[in-house]
Design a binder for this molecule. Structure first.
Ligand SMILES: [Zn+2]
Length: 51
């Protein structure tokens, strides 16, 4: 879901402003990533799976 609070992207370590990324449940807490980083990660994962 879209982040309602600013945070730090766990993929690129840059600031995520409200609405620019997603919150995820992780290890009993929350982590934030950019929507763009999530898309890139998904694409690279698909590339690995297709090999
Ligand atoms: Zn990011």
């Amino acid at each position: 879901m879209r982040n309602k609070h600013p945070g730090t992207c766990y993929r690129c370590n840059l600031r995520v402003e409200v609405g620019q990324g997603h919150f995820e449940r992780h290890a009993g807490g929350w982590r934030t990533q950019h929507a763009d980083c999530a898309i890139k990660a998904r694409q690279s994962k698909q590339e690995q799976q297709s090999k």
